[in-house]
Design a protein around this ligand. Structure first.
Ligand code: ZN
Length: 357
């Protein structure tokens, strides 16, 4: 395949977005796109370029006092009748237009066109963000080359519709088990119906008032939801067990231990098993580099409600935020699209921030 990322395409973030969208890269199938990106970066004299699996990293080494990361994942969710891209007026449609090849285009455009940024920059183009964490390019790099991730600040180019979404919420899943005692339905008074017992758990969920927490001016709105319920033995048996799966999205003022303690309080009296947990990330907007970034964007930040790789940087003590042109509400939808003006404005913002003082 001839590399579609030609110099003319690299010079224009809109054309670059489209070219990236039209290279198929569903998770675990990122070799072709990583090859194209790597080939482009290796030709750039002001960058040192490295590759691990299908993750490409390129960085400047100008001896600046601060180093920032710009990171974008190369993979997309599976296509849904939305590949390759199509144009309708000022909108580009297609899988990955919003999440997040328009963001990847920012990083690649800057990497190639900005030889003397005011901070040293590490650019990450990484694989497998949309699937389990063990495949995630940043997970693999953290294991194999942790020094690649060293930085003072990180920007994840996930879709935020051109504003700063800071930090991210934590996520926790748990199973609440309602006990019972099995019996034949013809003599049901000899048993205890676990499905009936689930009513009390559901009542607590229905009456639950989720918190709204403001940190560094960012609003985080929590959520506690039953996402699955499972019980029953047979058509003529009083069930002795009912399981309710709970998903808890919590503000980053709580760590996983505090989140678990809260769930144990809400479901006191029931057996509760945590099945999955990921810490959130505080906004970290007080760092000087973050302040300069906010000034370049010129709009108030809001709290990120989903979980993103921002949390991974926060766990390493690196303040990080999300900033990208796509609309987060369209990610993973069949009619996923991005506004061309958002691409142009966002690329200009990043350029303003990184251009030499
Ligand atoms: Zn994404």
């Amino acid at each position: 395949m001839e590399n579609p990322l030609t110099p003319e395409v690299l010079a224009d973030p809109v054309a670059l977005t489209r070219a990236l969208v039209d290279i198929e890269s569903v998770s675990l199938d990122e070799k072709a796109i990583a090859d194209c990106v790597e080939e482009v970066l290796r030709r750039v004299p002001h960058l040192s370029t490295f590759r691990h699996g299908n993750t490409v990293m390129a960085r400047t080494d100008l001896g600046r006092s601060s180093r920032v990361v710009l990171a974008g994942h190369l993979d997309t969710v599976p296509h849904n009748d939305n590949f390759p891209s199509t144009m309708r007026g000022d909108l580009m449609y297609g899988c990955g237009t919003s999440d997040m090849k328009s963001g990847v285009a920012f990083a690649l455009h800057l990497a190639v066109t900005l030889p003397d940024p005011r901070y040293d920059v590490t650019y990450f183009f990484y694989e497998a963000e949309e699937i389990e964490s063990r495949y995630n390019g940043l997970t693999l790099v953290a294991e194999a080359h942790p020094e690649w991730l060293r930085a003072d600040f990180a920007v994840l180019l996930e879709p935020t519709y051109g504003i700063v979404e800071a930090g991210c919420q934590g996520t926790m899943r748990a199973i609440v088990t309602v006990p019972g005692e099995r019996a034949h339905v013809a003599r049901s008074w000899r048993g205890v119906n676990a499905i009936h017992g689930a009513g009390e758990v559901l009542r607590r969920l229905g009456e639950y008032r989720a918190r709204r927490v403001t940190i560094d001016g960012c609003d985080y709105r929590e959520g506690l939801n039953a996402v699955r319920i499972d019980g029953g033995v047979a058509g003529n048996v009083v069930p002795d067990r009912c399981e309710i799966e709970i998903n808890y999205r919590y503000a980053p003022d709580r760590d996983p231990a505090a989140a678990e303690a809260h769930l144990r309080e809400v479901f006191a009296g029931y057996d509760l098993a945590i099945t999955d947990a990921a810490a959130g990330a505080a906004p970290g907007l007080d760092a000087p580099v973050a302040q300069e970034f906010l000034a370049a964007v010129g709009a108030a930040p809001i709290g990120k409600l989903g979980w993103t790789d921002v949390a991974r940087f926060a766990a390493m003590g690196i303040p990080a935020l999300n900033f990208g042109p796509g609309d987060p509400n369209l990610a993973h939808h069949r009619d996923e699209h991005v506004e061309l003006t958002k691409i142009r404005d966002g690329a200009a913002t990043l350029h303003r921030w990184l251009a030499p003082a």
